[in-house]
Unconditional design. Structure first.
Length: 267
């Protein structure tokens, strides 16, 4: 018969002689070591240990992070960014959900569907648009070419499909991130296009009620930004890479995508 003996450097083990036990930690923010020794009753024993991180939020730390897909923070390195005028972010005393719905309506009016939503901590959010094919001046390619990589290259046959899967095509791709957060916005290391595609797949289609209900005060408006991610492959044998300090400005990207006009974003 197996017997168990749990021990911990701090805190309380409720049932230390059982196969499973509840551990109540001590106070503070730290890492704790817990171990269990198992005896088979015939002289053989084995011991296993684990280090457990414990974090205890205080009132000064603000509310805990919500259980919802989080946008990487700091954001991955971008091609360009644009601080939005306050009028395009918050209309006064309202909620984050109002901002999200207004931005989603703006995206749909520009023909941009299938966006994904992420939380930014517990008091902000990010909307990540789908990838679109664009021309050298930032304008979306016409019609179905805007979204379909094969049509954008004039390729529609079975062999073209196989080639598109195994051989990267010459292309210029863009997606946008609409960001509402009180946090300082700085960039982290760049992610390649496949990694960002994987990120988008983890996003949600709507804010959770707890985040949508976060209140915005007119006296303390939440800042908003557009982060532009432009990827370019100059040859068919190269994977698209992030364009840094490109010729197309953030303003031009916003106008070309059809989100807002000159009057809305300011000249």
């Amino acid at each position: 018969m197996l017997t168990y003996r749990w021990s911990a450097a701090d805190g309380t083990l409720t049932t230390p002689s059982q196969r499973q036990t509840t551990w109540i930690t001590g106070a503070g923010q730290s890492r704790f070591a817990a171990s269990v020794t198992v005896n088979d009753g015939r002289g053989a024993t084995t011991t296993a240990s684990v280090n457990i991180g414990a974090f205890f939020p205080t009132a000064s730390m603000g509310p805990p992070e919500i259980d919802f897909p989080q946008f990487p923070w700091p954001p991955p390195a971008w091609t360009a960014h644009f601080p939005l005028p306050a009028a395009l972010v918050s209309a006064g005393n309202e909620r984050l959900g109002d901002v999200e719905q207004r931005w989603q309506k703006t995206l749909r009016a520009a023909g941009i569907e299938d966006s994904r939503i992420f939380a930014v901590g517990s008091d902000g959010f990010a909307i990540m648009t789908r990838f679109e094919n664009i021309a050298d001046d930032g304008a979306p390619l016409p019609g179905a070419q805007r979204w379909n990589a094969l049509l954008a290259k004039g390729r529609t046959g079975f062999l073209d499909l196989i080639k598109a899967v195994f051989v990267p095509q010459k292309s210029r791709i863009r997606f946008l991130v609409l960001l509402a957060t009180p946090r300082p916005v700085t960039s982290a290391a760049a992610l390649d296009e496949p990694a960002l595609s994987a990120l988008k797949a983890t996003g949600a289609i709507a804010l959770p009620p707890s985040l949508a209900a976060v209140e915005i005060q007119a006296t303390n408006p939440i800042p908003g930004y557009v982060l532009v991610y432009e990827y370019f492959s100059p040859a068919e044998d190269q994977i698209p890479a992030l364009v840094k300090d490109g010729a197309i400005t953030a303003r031009r990207h916003i106008l070309a995508a059809g989100l807002w006009d000159d009057n809305a974003i300011g000249r």
